[in-house]
Design a protein around this ligand. Structure first.
Ligand SMILES: NC(=O)c1ccc[n+]([C@@H]2O[C@H](COP(=O)([O-])OP(=O)(O)OC[C@H]3O[C@@H](n4cnc5c(N)ncnc54)[C@H](OP(=O)(O)O)[C@@H]3O)[C@@H](O)[C@H]2O)c1
Length: 324
């Protein structure tokens, strides 16, 4: 397959190279693009060096089977339609198209069926949403999801390379707030994205809208509080969920244990530092909530892998399986 990655030098772009290799995608041609800043940088795919090119007006006039964007919403809105016009399938990691009713927002294990026969732009969901909807989809099927209340603990790599740099600089003693509204080192910040009129932040709104869209359940009530913490990689989420029907812990455990892309822990828990190379959504500390109509659990995922690159490559794989 002929593939291009836009934003190849970034956190997600570099991981995309790893995931294309790990998920055994048959790549016959690979072009890498970024801004002028990283043009000329040498990146490696399966040990083969590839020089990053500067993205320009004409870069995407060439037809690719798949063009993977991870360069922010502005770049995606400007360039994805150009790529789609040539017949390339676009998979975009930014928030640029996620709210568009005509653009599929896909977690393949849940709603991959909508990729059948689809051509054009596909949106990859927000990082915390992907890891959380995987177990929620399983529990929704069993008990009928009604309401979700969540608090996130999101790592600095969620803000891209500048988030990591900010934390590292502050750990060396610099006081510059960098990528954040407050100092993040030895702190937690209950704000991700700008505030909206209703008091929620943009990140919280993403979790509300995207969860409903992926689960195809516009009636689900959801309230998120998203928090940045001084962790480098890996987002954690405290999830409380209410259901139409009475739940059963054993049934829930069994279903989670046998679900694709979910790793369930019965008697222990996992922390972000232990995630290493995993592309799964990790579910632990599952217990009843306020009563038997509710469950609560701790959910951890590698934001650059399952939260971005791995899900994007799984979309590619599923789309190709349906349509090629
Ligand atoms: N980090 C996460 O956990 C995560 C999760 C899900 C989705 N996403 C989304 O994925 C995208 C990338 O995130 P990231 O974490 O990889 O950010 P990042 O580390 O800051 O990387 C951004 C990439 O975009 C490139 N870029 C910036 N402006 C460009 C332009 N005008 N033309 C071409 N390339 C340009 C950068 O190139 P240079 O090196 O040349 O600057 C770099 O390769 C964002 O939309 C983000 O919201 C991120």
């Amino acid at each position: 397959m002929k593939i291009a990655i836009i934003g190849a030098s970034g956190e997600v772009g570099r991981m995309m190279l790893t995931c294309l290799s790990e998920l055994s995608i048959n790549v016959t041609e690979l072009d890498l693009f970024a801004s002028a800043k990283s043009a000329g940088t040498l990146l490696f795919f399966n040990d083969k060096p590839i020089t990053v090119q500067e993205l320009c007006e004409t870069s995407l006039l060439k037809h690719y089977d798949y063009v993977m964007f991870s360069a922010g919403a502005g770049v995606a809105r400007a360039y994805a339609p150009i790529a789609a016009e040539t017949g390339s399938i676009v998979i975009d990691n930014s928030s640029g198209f996620r709210k568009d009713a005509n653009i599929p927002l896909v977690v393949p294990e849940i709603n991959g069926d909508i990729l059948q026969g689809y051509q054009g732009i596909i949106a990859n969901p927000n990082c915390s949403t992907i890891q959380m909807v995987l177990p929620l989809a399983v529990l929704d099927k069993l008990f009928g999801l009604k309401k979700v209340v969540i608090s996130t603990y999101q790592s600095v790599s969620g803000s891209g390379n500048k988030g990591i740099q900010t934390l590292m600089n502050q750990r060396k003693g610099e006081n510059d707030k960098g990528a954040y509204p407050q100092v993040i080192d030895l702190n937690v910040i209950p704000q991700i994205g700008g505030f909206m009129d209703d008091g929620y932040t943009q990140e919280e709104e993403k979790m509300h809208l995207e969860t409903r869209k992926i689960l195809r359940r516009e009636d689900i009530l959801i309230s998120a509080t998203t928090v940045r913490v001084p962790v480098v990689y890996g987002h954690s989420i405290s999830v409380y969920a209410e259901f139409e029907r009475e739940t059963d812990l054993e049934e829930a455990e069994k279903a989670l244990l046998s679900s694709e892309s979910i790793e369930f822990y019965a008697n222990t828990y996992v922390t972000p530092r232990e995630l290493n190379g995993t592309n799964n959504s990790h579910v632990c500390r599952l217990r009843y909530g306020c009563d038997k109509h509710s469950l609560t659990f701790w959910n951890v995922g590698h934001n650059i892998r399952i939260g971005a690159a791995a899900n994007a490559v799984r979309i590619l794989k599923q789309h190709a399986a349906f349509n090629r």
